[in-house]
Design a protein around this ligand. Structure first.
Ligand code: FAD
Length: 146
């Protein structure tokens, strides 16, 4: 089954807690590593932007489960296409809270690709979303190896 990459955005429920984010991360790490899915989840301005990489079948099943989750709504598929290689291979899932981790650097990366000053992935095209996530990933990896 060929390698695919899936991108979507969604809106968090109004009372989403830090514990909810921790639960999502723990469950995602466990489930994704079992089926060879890697990726990253960004959260800010009550919006999620997630990238998932893996086989088309596993991505479809995982996305269908995610889209039914009551902790978010208005899930919007941004892109689902074949990928030459994994770009997020370190993480079975990494959650990045945009307001807390390196906020100034994050804002600069975000503004490079976005028309809105606050995190609004629903207004970004697939290429902008992917490039934004790749730069956030690179920032994390650079900090990890520092
Ligand atoms: P269980 O954990 O046993 O859950 C059973 C059901 O209860 C599911 O329908 C689940 O959605 C729901 N549920 C569980 N906990 C809560 C809760 N605290 N509040 C409301 N409903 C709840 N899962 C992945 O496997 N990989 C991912 O990359 C991934 N990313 C996610 C990103 C976002 C933004 C969100 C909101 C969820 C994500 N999830 C991810 C979680 C996913 O939606 C499912 O909850 C999870 O995959 C179900 O795992 P499970 O089959 O072991 O069922």
């Amino acid at each position: 089954m060929s390698l695919h990459r899936l991108l979507y955005c969604s809106r968090a429920i109004p009372n989403l807690s830090y514990q909810d984010l921790k639960d999502i991360l723990e469950k995602s790490e466990k489930n994704n590593s079992l089926v060879g899915i890697t990726g990253m989840l960004c959260y800010g301005n009550s919006m999620f932007l997630q990238v998932l990489e893996g086989s088309r079948q596993n991505l479809t099943q995982t996305y269908n489960r995610i889209a039914r989750d009551a902790r978010h709504m208005d899930a919007e598929l941004i892109d689902f296409s074949e990928a030459e290689s994994r770009q997020f291979q370190i993480w079975s899932m990494k959650v990045v809270e945009l307001g807390t981790y390196a906020p100034e650097k994050m804002q600069a990366i975000y503004l490079k690709y976005a028309s809105e000053p606050t995190f609004s992935p629903q207004t970004m095209n697939p290429r902008q979303c992917l490039n934004f996530l790749l730069e956030v990933n690179a920032l994390y990896n650079a900090d990890l190896s520092a």
